[in-house]
Structure formats: C-alpha cells, structure tokens
Design a protein around this ligand. Sequence first.
Ligand code: SIN
Length: 475
Amino acid sequence: MDQLLYINGKWTGENLDKITVYNPANRDVVGTVASATEQETQAAISAAEEAFSSWSRLAAYERSSYLEKLYTLMMEHKEELATIMTSEMGKPLKESLGEVQYAADFIKWYAEEGKRVYGRNIPASTSNKRLSVIKQPVGVVAAITPWNFPAAMITRKLGPALAAGCTVIVKPPKETPLTAVRLVELCEEAGFPKGVVNLLTGSSSLIAKELMGSTAVKKVTFTGSTEVGKMLIEQSAQTVKNVSMELGGHAPAIVLEDADLENAAKAVMASKFRNAGQTCICINRVYVKEEVYDTFTEMLAKETAKLTVGNGMKEGVDVGPIINEEGYEKVAKHVSSAIKQGATVLQGGEGEERDGGYFYQPTVLKDVNHDMLVMNEETFGPVLPVQKISSDEEGISLANTTPFGLAAYVFTESLSRGTAVVEGLDYGIVGWNDGAPSAAQAPFGGFKESGIGREGGIEGMEAYLETKYVSMQVK
Ligand code: SIN
C-alpha cells in the first residue's frame, strides 16, 4: 500500500518519490511511503508552529482526553498494529503485541501525568515580593525514531510531548515507517487538531537537516545510534535546541555466586534474545563469578538451544531475523573474531541467509575477554558472551570499561553486595534480579555516551517543559 505524509491534518505527497518497505524475514514488499523533500519538511514545521499556539493553551484536561482516545484506539487496533510491526521489522508477533501494549502505556500514563504539571511558590527574602515557578511546553518537537521498537519509541516521545502542550513532527526510520503511519492515522481518528501531530517519511539526512536548521523547532528527541546522536547534538548547536538523546548501549550483567541461578538464567535469556538482541538495553555481555561460571554457562546454553528462529509471523518463533545484511554481517564478525581469539561456542555460532532474510542462531560464547570486539562494541544481535570474574569489584570495573552507560544488570540475593554493585555501576538503568526493567512510569536513559536526558516517568515529562521563574513585586 502507498502511504503518504501527514501535514497540517492532511495526507499528502502523492507525487513524491516512494520508498519501498520490505519484510526482513523474506524481502517481500510490504508497502511504500512517500519521500518528503525540503518543501514538505518546512510545511510540517509551519503547521506544527501554528498549531502550537492553540494546543499549548488548551487545559491539560482537554489534552488528556485526546490522549485517552488515542489509547483506546490503540487497544482496539492492537492486533493490526502488531501485524504491521512484525511484517516490517521482523520481531515475533507475540513480542509485537507486547510492544503495542508498552507503546500504549506511554499514551495512557502521560494522559494522566499531564494533569500534574505543577509549578511552585518560593518564599521571598522580602515581604514585598512573591516568587513563583511555572512550567510551559518547550514548543515544536522533532521526534526522530528507530526501527527496533517501531511503536514504543514514538509514543514514549509523543505521549509526554502532547500532554505537556507541545506539537510534534514524527520522523520514523526508512525500515519501519508503516507502524508510524498507522499510529498517526489513529491520532487523526482520535481527533487531534490539525498540525498537532505531523508525520514525515523519507531521507533521514535531508529531513533532519531541515528540522535541525529551523529556529521554529525548539526540541529534538532522538533514539538511535551514538554516532548519529553526536551528529544531531552538533547540528542542534546552531539554534541551541533542547535535546533528548537515547543512544547506544552495551549492557553488562554481573552474576554473583549467591544468585538464584535459575531466575538469573531466565532473566538473561529474556533480555538478550528479546527482539533478536536488537534492543539498546539487552544484555550484551555477562560476567559470572568463578564459583558458578561452568554451571551458569551450561544453563544458558541448554535454555538457548530451545529457542526457535524464523519468520516472526509463524507460531512458536522466539527469535526473528536480523534487520538487514549489514546488521547480520556485524553479528557474524563479532562471533567469528571472538572464536579466532579463543572463545568457545557453547550454543549456536552460525547464521544463514534464508528466503532473502538474515537469521542468526541464538549463540552462547564462553572463554571470552576484553580483547574481543564482542565485549567492547554493541552487537545488536542474538549473541551472549560470558566471561569469568573472580570478585564483585572486577565485575563492576569490567562493566564500566566501555563508553556506554545505558542499562546494566546484577544478579545476587545479597542486599549488601547488590547495593554495592548498583552504586558502582555507571549506568542510567539497573535491573537487579530483573531482566526487564522498562516501564512507562520509570525513567529510561543513559550515562556517558548512551545519551542525554530521560524518557518515561516524571523525568520524561520534564523533558518537554521549560521552567519560567516569575518574581512579582507587590505594594
Ligand atoms: C530500546 O531499545 O531503546 C528500547 C528498549 C525498551 O524500551 O525497553
């Protein structure tokens, strides 16, 4: 199906070039989207700017009711959204259904939270003054989103931005624009006034250049690679934009000898193989205390062997395809170079191109070390390297060695040791005996080169607000 751009409440761009969207499981064509030029991007900016003056002045309760409608529509179209997602992204249908619920949770949570954007009064130093702080929406927001979570990474931005009173231009990636199109159609059905939500599909560099150069766009919120995030930060300097950056990760997990190993193995597996390892917070390297190293790696290998790889539309599939050839080559390189440097394959270790899709076996590697690429770079694939450690401190130190600081995990039944590890980790998110820490109501984001700012929770709302201090002199 040919999909269009959504600008100022209208679907437009019939005559523009088209971008084809493929199913990564078999290269079937699943649709096309219009490719916006400078002209449409400027039109979307103007529409969002114009709509801002009225949207930002609505009562928070009114904005909330639009978001509530959107949530209801997302729930009514859950299966349909999930099917679109699996067909363009590849993740198993059961995961897509989970993601639609997760995505809708952001809309629901911020529909409620928008009513609680409070300012404050500050006692003055003299009796003739009244000091107060008010919160106002930042303005037009450019939301640039990734392919690995085609719905949730949009709503994690859209929910708080709209609730705060901002207007939004959504720019989804070329791999997964169709979920975004359907979400924006639901926004239209929910009745958002024209210009409040706009959608641009097409060349990321062309559209981003226009958005970043515009003085009307006050904020850019991006989820994606650290490399692109750095470019956007540089470009945002031209007009000193407010930025939120959710960038790359390389999540470590530390398993201490007193952990509940069965729970730890389940959590590590769920985190690692979610979305075929194409998740910023998925466990990418595991450090296990020497006392339980052999037992734990065997447990992981045994559980990993049970996973079924294939087309995400098929019943019983646990791990879908890698998004494209480039992603697949990176995974294959991480594994083959680790093997050359002495890693032992306990499970998997191979991939294949099948029916035009790129599939990699869920893989467990032991005897790995920090000279290997797989322990230093984000793999973004279903590979689990496991390294032996001899102390808690060694685990913390190795966990902190990379420039990334998004999510980390620790498994221990000891309150004292767990607390010390949590406090020693330079990470924005820590799962303690928990492989699935994400939640709409909690802050998500990283330290170091993993990003700037937080999404989710009250921090995620703050990201779309300006603080205005008012000092009033009275008689
Ligand atoms: C991501 O990969 O950035 C999203 C993962 C999540 O929200 O749990």
